[in-house]
Design a protein around this ligand. Structure first.
Ligand code: NDP
Length: 487
């Protein structure tokens, strides 16, 4: 077991094992090799984690923001120092190539911790004059927050939830995806090393049932989940029982619109980044690429030439551009959509099959795939695939493309490539999406609030906006005269 952690869970500042929980393994998607064996958290372990978080939160909530920030900043520095080791672990757990994990996973988690560390000392309410008397508001922590992660960016998702939660004075119990359980344990260890008091960041392992136990727990004050729309809907329904606020970062089927006047090479770069990074397993991917008809042939020509150069291979080799998918189930799902696109009559320009990679006979690799001639009604045009499958559509006019881009139940992200500055802003203003890019795609700096509209979610992660989702406002009226009553 080359990535075996000391124990399955991290509770109250230490690794914690409970062999009563069902065993499960983490598999390296490139080889199928088991890299760690863990146990699902039992109800007793969940209880311990929530109780320890509730205890620890009381003092943390009273600690100054500046002190909370110092701890998070130290954690960011340790993440950076250990970036190579953490990136290798993330590559083993997810199959994503090391060239990506070195720059996009623990590194972006560190950026997030740093940024919220700086903000922690500046969380404040308002002062409202009422003549003599006045009102002030306090932004107070919520208490114990539950974080529930997806498998595509395990440590990044854990940081995107933990950093603002802790900066605001909350405690967190985090449940990673059962598919990628390992890096959250490292984060817990590192936060401890940085001086975070025991109990403030606990990790419990398990599947949806463990997530559901956290959502239902009366001592959990808030839930933030990254996952599919179906899971988000279940979580929201369950959270309604105890009136918990939820942040939901869910799926998407985002449009990327390329006008004929765009820098086509840059637009192709955006489309590649928005479809093939992490083997296409990114929620905000621009999988519906609308290209203005007069530029279509040039765009597709440039696109296919660059897709042909994507190098599949050993995820631990820095020259590899694309790794395997995360699990066999995900691979079957993606291959089914590749077949479906052909059955529905779209033109398969490249890919469409499982890929053979020398030395990795059991690797879950699929070919980067491009369909053209896709019509809006096809299932590959409407459903989230979560794999390296791009659909290219033609369009003729601005109003037409905006209407077609918005004709989806999702609303996570959108992109526009054009050299016409007024058109760029006019189009973005009309797009029903929580996160938009102009002449770029899929860049998510921590300064930028991230999240969706429609069925893609509720709430925002990152940016100052996240503070609103990890604090509550208390209003305090201060009487400077005499209290009076009409009785
Ligand atoms: P899932 O929805 O299957 O799972 C997400 C998490 O929720 C997992 O930890 C899962 O546990 C847990 N879970 C499942 N059921 C419940 C429940 N009833 N109550 C509480 N927790 C539950 O998503 P995937 O992990 O398969 O991730 C892929 C999906 O995530 C895609 O749809 C993608 O678009 C979306 N996503 C959204 C992002 C965003 O920021 N908007 C970013 C990344 C992904 P387990 O899986 O261990 O059983």
């Amino acid at each position: 077991m080359r990535a075996q952690p000391p124990a399955s869970h991290f509770i109250d500042g230490v690794f914690h094992e409970d062999v009563e929980g069902a065993p499960f393994e983490s598999l390296y998607p490139a080889t199928g090799e088991a890299i760690a064996r863990l146990h699902v958290a039992t109800p007793a372990a969940v209880e311990l984690a929530v109780a320890s978080a509730a205890r620890a939160q009381v003092a943390w909530g009273r600690t100054s923001g500046a002190e909370r920030g110092r701890v998070l900043r130290r954690a960011a520095a340790i993440l950076r120092e250990r970036n190579r080791e953490l990136s290798e672990l993330e590559t083993l757990d997810t199959g994503k190539p090391i060239a990506e994990t070195l720059v996009a996973d623990a590194a972006s988690g560190a950026d997030c911790l740093d940024w919220f560390a700086n903000l922690a000392g500046d969380i404040r309410g308002e002062h409202v004059e009422l003549g003599q008397s006045f009102v002030y508001t306090r932004r107070e922590p919520l208490g114990v927050c539950a974080g529930i992660g997806a498998w595509n960016y395990p440590i990044q998702i854990a940081c995107w939830k933990a950093a603002p939660a802790l900066a605001c004075g909350n405690a967190m119990v985090f449940k990673p995806s059962e598919t990628t359980p390992l890096s959250a344990l490292k984060l817990a260890e590192i936060l401890g090393e940085a001086g975070l008091p025991a109990g403030l960041f606990n990790v419990v392992q398990g599947s949806g049932e463990v997530g559901a136990a956290l959502v239902a727990h009366p001592k959990v004050a808030k839930v933030s989940v990254t996952g599919s729309v179906a899971t988000g809907s279940r979580v929201m329904r369950a959270a309604a029982e105890t009136i918990k606020p939820v942040t939901l970062e869910l799926g998407g089927k985002s449009p990327l619109i390329v006008f004929a006047d765009a820098d086509l090479d840059a637009a192709v770069s955006g489309a590649l980044l928005g479809n093939f990074y992490s083997a296409g397993q990114i929620c905000s991917n621009g999988t519906r690429v609308f290209v203005e008809r007069s530029a279509r042939a040039a765009f597709v020509g440039k696109l296919l030439a660059r897709v042909a150069k994507i190098r599949l291979g050993d995820p631990l080799d820095e020259a590899t551009g694309m790794g395997p998918l995360v699990s066999r189930a995900q691979m079957e799902r993606v291959l089914a959509y590749m077949r479906l696109g052909q059955e529905e009559g779209a033109t398969l320009e490249c890919g469409g099959r499982a890929a053979r990679v020398e030395g990795f006979p059991d690797g879950l690799f699929v070919e980067p795939t491009v369909f053209t001639g896709v019509s809006d009604g096809m299932r590959i045009a409407k459903e989230e695939i979560f794999g390296p499958v791009m659909s290219v559509f033609d369009f003729d006019g601005e109003d037409e493309v905006v209407a077609r881009a918005n004709a989806t139940e999702f609303g996570l992200a959108a992109g526009v490539f054009t050299r016409d500055v007024q058109r760029a802003h006019r189009v973005v203003a009309q797009l029903q999406a929580g996160t938009c890019w102009i002449n770029a795609y899929n860049l998510t700096p921590v300064e930028m609030p991230f999240g969706g509209v429609k069925r893609s979610g509720i709430g925002r992660e990152n940016g100052r906006a996240a503070i609103e989702h990890y604090t509550q406002v208390k209003s305090v009226y201060v009487e400077m005269g005499t209290a009076e009553a009409p009785y």
